[in-house]
Design a protein around this ligand. Structure first.
Ligand code: G1P
Length: 302
């Protein structure tokens, strides 16, 4: 059985990207030529997800519009015979009824945002995708959520995507505590604990949670207790740690590169890396990058 429903929390304020995100949702920030939210939705659909739930907030209406028909635009493109572009715009609209919306009225944390989707999810396993984390699959590998759903079909356990981070970075992530005999280099790493944003000296490992999850519906009862954790927020990581007392949970090492698009530098890296993937852009960007590199190396050398 594969997850058929995905939850995408999109209520965050995007304060790290002000002033760009003053009036525009941070999920509409564009990497090359697509907004972050579109990468997440396309990844979910590619994994076989049939229902996508946006947990939104005030000022996020643009996200619903992005996935809707725009008759005036389509009419203009048809008139100008821009068939390719027209198809591209039309293919953005998911099958009617597949996109669902609910609101997180108070900013109480990621765990609370996911809990807000409980009635729409029902009682089957579901996926969670955080659009700030853009994961570009390794060449030849399927998108990350598809990798996780394929794995889930075999072993049916809750799963979180993980990657190894530097010790000094542990305070930015949920960190997995692997069981003693776990093979921490293989694809799946069984967890015996999870800690949200531990200081480097308290971190049980360097295995950090990345924003892709497959969870059992039992998590909703735990989230419903609304216990606050790191940063005074209801943390998804804490509820998963409780869930693990009754159900095994695994870290999943994905094949791909993760870009932290909630961070200005990570966002620039994503733009560069994905632009360089495209032949035409690469041809024009590489000479420019060489030039910049020469300039800045000369400026910064002693
Ligand atoms: C959230 C989660 C954290 C996870 C991270 C991945 O934190 O709470 O466990 O490691 O996403 O991006 P946030 O970045 O929203 O503070």
């Amino acid at each position: 059985m594969r997850p058929r429903t995905a939850v995408i929390p999109v209520a965050g304020l995007g304060t790290r990207f002000l002033p760009a995100t003053k009036a525009m949702p941070k999920e509409m920030l564009t990497v090359v030529d697509k907004p972050l939210i579109q990468y997440a939705v396309e990844e979910a659909l590619a994994a076989g997800i049939e229902r996508i739930i946006f947990v939104t907030g005030r000022g996020k209406e643009m996200l619903a519009d992005h996935f809707d028909y725009v008759p005036e635009l389509e009419g203009a493109l048809r008139e100008r015979k821009r068939e390719g572009l027209l198809q591209q715009i039309r293919s953005l609209v998911p099958t009617p009824g597949c996109l669902l919306f609910t609101r997180q009225n108070e900013p109480l944390g990621l765990g609370h945002a996911v809990w807000c989707a409980r009635h729409l999810v029902g009682d089957l396993p579901f996926a969670v995708l955080l659009p700030d984390d853009l994961v570009w699959p390794k060449e030849g590998a399927p998108p990350i959520m598809q990798q996780m759903c394929d794995e889930f079909e075999h072993q049916h356990h809750s799963m979180v995507a993980i990657m190894t981070v530097a010790q000094k970075e542990t305070h930015k992530y949920g960190i997995l505590d692997p069981v003693a005999q776990a093979d921490t280099t293989g694809r799946l790493v069984q967890a015996k604990g999870l800690v949200e944003k531990p200081a480097p000296h308290d971190a049980p490992s360097r295995l950090a949670i990345i924003g892709r999850y497959i969870l059992r519906p039992e998590i909703f009862d735990l989230l419903g207790q609304k216990k606050t954790g790191a940063g005074g927020e209801v943390q998804l990581t804490d509820a998963m740690a409780l869930l693990m007392q009754d159900h095994p949970l695994y870290g999943f090492r994905f094949q791909g590169t993760r870009f932290d698009c909630g961070d200005k530098v990570g966002f620039q890296m994503a733009n560069l890396a994905l632009a360089l993937e495209q032949h035409e852009m690469r041809e024009r960007l590489l000479p420019f990058l060489h030039e910049q590199l020469t300039h800045w190396t000369a400026q910064t050398s002693p």
